[in-house]
Design a protein around this ligand. Structure first.
Ligand code: GRF
Length: 216
């Protein structure tokens, strides 16, 4: 059973989607630990409700950003975590955590990378006038939303969309593709070759580019 560690800063709806898939036994994994950088993150309530261990680490109590991420890495390692999930974690991850989990940290971003990286990907898409946006699950490297792409899902941007309406449409796909990417990892089906993530035995119709056919 794949041991997950989840990092979240806020609402934690992606965290919840992962918990739900695990509880439905569609994802063979366990969440060993939730770490937050925010004592008021609603994700903590979700952890409590599902008897998941949780820990708040105050970034201000670390001497440096590297030190903060070293603490996180140590906590995750001590719980035997094999894959780290950034579920709305609002910080750029630093080297001590990346080196501790090479190609073993996944992030979800609310845009089709490399378009609209950074904060407010949905607002960026609306303001730009894009007709299609979506979400991306990718492995994390030291850049801002730059690591190898695992799965993307595309959604239309409608003429009267606001940041909120587009965010909601994208979020429903985030909740599908994030657990799906974790499932592929848990089945040993992801291979990182340079910038490319190869997915073993995935349906041929370039299905990992647009709205992949999720397993029911
Ligand atoms: C999501 O839109 C995700 O793409 C972004 O932060 C948001 C987190 O939402 N990285 P939630 O906390 O999972 O509800």
């Amino acid at each position: 059973m794949l041991k997950l560690g989840v990092l979240a800063s806020g609402r934690g709806s992606n965290f919840q989607a992962i918990i739900d898939e695990i509880e439905k036994k569609k994802l063979q994994a366990s969440v060993e630990l939730l770490i937050t950088d925010n004592p008021d993150a609603y994700a903590i309530e979700r952890a409590k409700k599902h008897n998941i261990r949780h820990l708040y680490i105050n970034p201000k109590e670390s001497a440096s950003r590297d030190d903060f991420f070293k603490k996180i890495a140590d906590e995750l390692k001590s719980k035997g975590v094999e894959l780290v999930i950034l579920a709305g974690f609002m910080r750029v991850v630093k080297k001590p955590l990346i080196d501790a989990f090479p190609n073993r940290i996944m992030n979800i971003h609310p845009a089709l990378l490399p378009a609209f990286p950074g904060l407010h990907g949905q607002k960026q898409a609306v303001d730009y006038g894009a007709k299609i946006s979506g979400c991306t699950v990718h492995f994390v490297d030291e850049g801002m939303d730059t690591g190898p792409v695992i799965i993307q899902a595309a959604v239309p941007v409608l003429p009267d969309d606001t940041e909120d309406t587009l965010s909601e449409r994208i979020l429903s796909f985030e909740h599908k593709i994030f657990p799906e990417a974790i499932r592929l990892f848990s089945e040993g089906r992801l291979e990182v070759k340079g910038r490319k993530v190869l997915i073993k035995d995935y349906p041929a119709i370039s299905s990992n580019i647009v709205n992949p056919p999720y397993r029911a």
